[in-house]
Every structure is written in C-alpha cells, then in structure tokens.
Write a protein that binds this ligand. Structure first.
Ligand SMILES: [Zn+2]
Length: 94
C-alpha cells in the first residue's frame, strides 16, 4: 500500500464521519422541530378548550333553557336544552 492510498483512505474516513455527523445533526433538528410544533399545537388545543368552556358557561347563563330528555343517549341522567344543546348541569357552567 503506497503513501497516497493510505492518505486517501484516512481522508475518506474523516469525510464520511463529517457527513454522518451533519446528517445526525439535521435529523435531530427535525425531531426537535416536530416536538416544538407538538407543544405549540397542544397549547392551542388547551387554549381552545378553555375558550369553549368560557363560551359554554356564558351560553348556559344566557339561554332561556327548555329542558327535555336526551333521546340520543338512553343512559344519560341529564336533560338537554333543545335550544342551546347543553346538559342540565349548572355546577359545570358556574
Ligand atoms: Zn339552553
């Protein structure tokens, strides 16, 4: 094996290592970006759920309810308002 060949082999190893390291960094960055997106969407979902809770609470206090049995849920203990579609659970909408 001549000197030139050995240098080329070492260079190949070093270059491959650098390429591999760069790919690894890029994949890690993609994983991190996905997690950041998940956190953002989870926060958005949490905010929307809180907003729905607020709106339903306001709706419960605003509607002039007309309660009737929920014919779609045979096992429900609660009546449903046929105007606002909320269940008769005042403690939930305080
Ligand atoms: Zn109602």
């Amino acid at each position: 094996m001549n000197k030139q060949t050995i240098v080329e082999q070492i260079l190949d190893i070093v270059i491959n290592e650098v390429i591999c390291l760069q790919k690894t960094k890029n994949i890690r960055k993609s994983v991190r970006n996905c997690w950041e997106e998940i956190y953002t969407y989870e926060k958005m979902i949490k905010d929307r759920k809180n907003k729905i809770k607020e709106l339903e609470s306001t709706l419960y206090k605003t509607c002039n309810h007309h309660w009737e049995r929920d014919w779609e849920d045979n096992y429900s203990r609660y009546k449903i308002c046929n105007k606002c579609k909320l269940a008769n659970m005042p403690y939930v909408y305080r």
